[in-house]
Design a protein around this ligand. Structure first.
Ligand code: NAD
Ligand code: G6P
Ligand code: MN
Length: 440
């Protein structure tokens, strides 16, 4: 069995320890020869890297492992690059959430003005990183989690039109599949989904079991009767439990399909703003929770000199999804996964150059998306508005255009008023001075 050289960009990410544990767990399915963690922040990389050394000595003896802050060391002779970085860190996520909320607008990591601000920060670093990777490893597969995936995917489509080995992915569809599995008391691995949309903006239209029976009607009924919770509810913070709970409202209002949780920010922007605390947002919850816990756990491992008995509370769906997509590419498994691809007719009444999220068969030559066909007017309308917002955001980046940025935010369903769009844009420009292009 061929073993692979893998580099993880954003080696200091709060999701990294969980991913490392899953790489150990799945080492027979996706065996690595070498793993390198790369991060620009030594203070984050070191503790995770040192804890990883101990973990691998115990659980992955044959693995060559090191961590670095030098790109040349990270990108030489690599087969797969996994990316999960955050330009500006969680401190800037906090601003993305709090600046809009302070004006009564939605502040969220990837949706609305917060996601817009984050997108304009991510693009430059993503382009630089991919250029760095390609200097040393022309053919490496680049699997990217870095958010906001919709904006990042659109920018990378424009920047690297010929590069077919960059794939943007999101764990939320898998989180949802596993949650349907919990609700039905079935293994979600048996499900065959039909899904369409943009990233964090999509719907399951069918969910077939092994016999080909559509489980969607049963799931919708159960969601309305019993409510909805994440597969890993016991490990989730309360804000996520609430978010999953709102799926019931969406199914009641629009019972055609099963919506991605993120649609609630667009369907109920006012109600969401009322429910969010502008003084303590999800970024605070993450910094006080997951971030604090994983660095404490690393220090414990380093102190004790063993990873035995330690476990990072982590989301298996997140780490296993990345590894399974890599496995399917590596060994041409042709398994089906929901990923982000250029539309090119997959959704027949949406423009070709949209980056859409759909089910695709994952081969060693990349994703082969499964045709969705025509989507109904309501969903098409929602998607086209959001798509225009995403494209204008990327236009604003490339053209350094204040006007395009204003158009983007005005089109976003979480904003609507052009006056409010201008107000939040001006405030975000101020806060993002060190990261954004200077608008004309
Ligand atoms: P985090 O801030 O804790 O970690 C990000 C790490 O990236 C930090 O250690 C930081 O130093 C590093 N970094 C920043 N700029 C970098 C650069 N240019 N090169 C290399 N490293 C760099 O954030 P997190 O909460 O752990 O999330 C990490 C990323 O994963 C975010 O973009 C998040 O949105 C994304 N994510 C995406 C999905 C998805 O569904 N696509 C799911 C989970 C997380
Ligand atoms: C889901 C989404 C990701 C997002 C993450 C935020 O997994 O698919 O795109 O980054 O949630 O989770 P957090 O715990 O950081 O709020
Ligand atoms: Mn996502």
């Amino acid at each position: 069995m061929k073993r692979f050289n893998v580099t993880l960009v954003g080696g200091g990410s709060t999701w990294t320890p969980g991913l490392l544990q899953s790489l150990c767990k799945l080492k027979d399915r996706f065996p690595m020869k070498k793993l390198v963690l790369f991060d620009i922040d030594e203070k984050r990389q070191r503790p995770i890297g040192e804890a990883a050394k101990i973990l691998f000595k115990e659980q992955y003896e044959e693995l060559e492992f090191h961590y670095t802050t030098k790109s040349e060391e990270a990108y030489k002779d690599v087969d797969f690059v996994f990316m999960q970085m955050r330009t500006g860190g969680l401190k800037m996520r906090e601003k993305d959430e709090k600046v809009p909320l302070s004006m009564g607008l939605l502040g969220q990591e990837t949706c609305g003005p917060g996601g817009f601000a984050y997108g304009l920060r991510s693009i430059k670093d993503m382009i630089k990183t991919i250029n760095d990777i390609r200097k040393y490893s022309k053919k490496a597969w680049i699997l990217n989690y870095t958010n906001p995936a919709a904006i990042v995917a659109e920018a990378l489509r424009r920047e690297f039109p010929e590069d077919k080995r960059v794939l943007n992915i999101c764990d939320q569809p898998v989180n949802l599949l596993r949650s349907y599995g919990r609700l039905l008391e079935m293994d979600s691995k048996e499900f065959e989904p039909v899904y369409f949309g943009l990233n964090h903006f999509g719907w399951f239209t069918h969910l077939y079991d092994k016999e080909g029976t559509d489980l969607l009607p049963k799931i919708k009924k159960l969601v309305v009767e019993k409510g909805f919770q994440p597969a890993d509810a016991e490990q989730r913070d309360k804000s996520w439990l609430y978010t999953y709970g709102v799926v019931k409202n969406m199914v009641e209002d629009f019972p055609d399909y099963l919506p991605n949780t993120y649609l609630q920010y667009y369907l109920y922007p006012k109600e969401k703003v009322q429910h969010l605390d502008p003084k303590y947002t999800r970024a605070n919850e993450v910094m006080d929770g997951r971030e604090t816990r994983i660095f404490e756990e690393c220090e414990k491992i380093i102190e004790k000199g063993t990873a035995e008995g330690s476990s990072f509370v982590h989301n298996d769906a997140h780490s296993e999804f990345m590894i399974e997509v890599a496995e399917s590419i590596a060994y041409n498994k042709q398994k089906m996964y929901i990923v982000i691809v250029e539309n090119n007719g997959t959704i027949s009444n949406i423009q070709d150059d949209a980056m859409v999220e759909v089910a695709a068969v994952m081969t060693s030559n990349g994703p082969r998306p499964l045709s969705v066909g025509k989507i109904p007017t309501f969903y098409k309308g929602l998607m086209e508005g959001q798509l225009a917002y995403e494209k204008l955001t990327v236009d604003a980046y490339y053209e350094k255009s204040y006007q395009k940025a204003l158009q983007a935010l005005t089109l976003n369903r979480t904003v609507v008023s052009a006056k409010e769009a201008r107000k939040v844009l001006d405030a975000l420009i101020e806060v993002n001075k060190d990261y954004w292009p200077e608008f004309k």
